[in-house]
Write a protein that binds this ligand. Structure first.
Ligand code: AMP
Ligand code: MG
Length: 407
């Protein structure tokens, strides 16, 4: 049994950086940037107005000049034809380039046309205006050559706008690994079946598929593996064709815990077996290579919460290693609402419910939980609370780390 930190280190030493592919911008959501994205333009590309109104010289307004000669109209997409001279203004629309001479914009609501004036004039209903008012300077958002998104960033729908703005299409991203999920156990029946005596439904299979899909990864759900070496071996061989194979069940010390043996027979090389974590101790990790193809294999313990903790702590970490991401700080802090006792000699993860008080301090209550098979308690939970090994008695008000379960 190794500590969590050692398991993570061994994963990082094993998992190789993933190939980089060019992906159409529009279909890159959920993928991870393999290069820094640099701006090829200034944003905004010119000094501009951020209001519909009149481009003026602020010194004119400051000097008490209220009626200005309107020399031209500048719409978004057009360029000013002349500079704004003392006593003059240009009608201007949102986003249009600010003409030379002008240093501020008066919003149209603060103006009125001077009836019958020739040339046309505008009356300004302001006694003063600061230079720069309702304008933006060229490159105020970013400059050509600036890094606008960094390597390792997972592209969200909201990022597509920025990538489009800097003309980044296609996008250089890490290829998405393909995943296979292989639940094992003679007691398992499919979700649409009524369990007979001594049977339970396969809940891990669909959960592991969903956990991967929530990361934007393509997953194949394999058939249920039985506690029969030949049948299990056939399914493992199928799963090894993917980049990552996630088994559940069959990795602990029971008579029919065949997974480590079958994996060895298939040529999968063990990296570690058993980590000091509760739930989830029997977790198994290894790799299999054939030619240029490598498959990373996790044997997750059968109890659903054990599989879940193993997925969040270790499988997600392996995927981050493929994308050369720094260890993502998913942990955040909260104050315990209640006293809590842990038992045993392993760091524990416990389902918890977050509450935020009016001062925006986050509190977390540990939920009544029957242990690693109790999915109902998880249904009430929005995080896992981490109780490290340092002690067994935790008091209300103490700070703890939590792992949010938002997806
Ligand atoms: P195992 O790791 O195979 O010894 O399984 C540990 C416990 O998890 C047993 O009670 C199994 O019935 C249960 N279990 C194993 N696989 C699944 C699964 N796919 N869905 C729900 N429970 C499972
Ligand atoms: Mg089993």
């Amino acid at each position: 049994m190794i500590p969590i930190a050692t398991a993570l280190e061994q994963i990082r030493n094993t998992v190789q950086p993933w190939p980089v592919v060019s992906q159409d911008l529009i279909s890159s959501v959920g993928m991870v940037l393999a290069r820094d994205v640099l701006a090829d333009i200034d944003s905004p590309p010119h000094h501009k107005s951020v209001m519909d109104g009149y481009a003026v010289r602020s010194s004119d307004i400051q000097a008490g000049c209220r009626e200005l000669v309107v020399t031209e109209t500048i719409v978004a997409g057009s360029s000013p034809q002349q500079s704004v001279k003392a006593g003059c203004a240009a009608r201007i629309m949102t986003g249009a380039p600010l003409p030379e001479g002008a240093d501020a914009v008066v919003m149209v609501e603060k103006t009125s046309e001077v009836a019958g004036a020739k040339p046309p004039q505008v009356r300004i209903d302001l006694s003063q205006i600061a230079p720069g008012h309702h304008t933006m300077s060229r490159a105020e958002n970013y400059r050509s050559g600036d890094v606008v998104l960094s390597r390792g960033h997972q592209i969200r729908a909201a990022d597509i706008g920025l990538l489009a703005e800097v003309g980044c299409d296609p996008v250089e991203v890490y290829r998405q690994p393909t995943i296979a999920v292989l639940p094992t156990g003679d007691e398992l029946v499919k979700v649409d079946q009524q369990p007979g005596p001594a049977q339970i439904r396969n809940s891990n299979g669909p959960m592991l598929v969903a956990l991967n899909q929530a990361q934007g990864l393509a997953v194949e759900a394999l058939d249920i593996g039985r506690d029969d070496p030949a049948q299990l071996k056939r399914l493992v061989e199928q799963g090894l064709q993917k980049d990552v194979l996630l088994l559940s069940g069959g990795v602990s010390a029971g008579m029919l815990d065949l997974v480590p043996k079958v994996l060895a027979e298939c040529g999968v090389e063990q990296v570690f077996h058993k980590v000091a974590v509760k739930p989830g101790k029997p977790i198994w990790f290894g790799q299999w290579s054939a030619g240029t193809h490598t498959c990373y294999v996790f044997g997750l313990p059968g109890n659903p919460l054990s599989s879940l903790v193993g997925y969040h702590l270790f499988v997600r970490y392996a995927i981050q290693c493929m994308f050369e991401q720094a260890d993502q700080q998913r942990w955040s802090g909260a104050q315990l609402v209640n006293d809590h006792q842990t038992r045993g000699n392993r760091p524990t993860f416990w389902p918890g419910k977050i509450q935020v008080d009016s001062g925006m301090t986050r509190h977390v209550a540990t939920l009544p939980w029957n242990g690693s098979s109790d999915l109902r308690a998880l249904g009430q939970a929005d995080c896992l609370v981490h109780f490290p090994l340092e002690k067994n008695e935790w008091q209300a008000g103490e700070p703890v780390e939590i792992w949010p379960l938002e997806r």
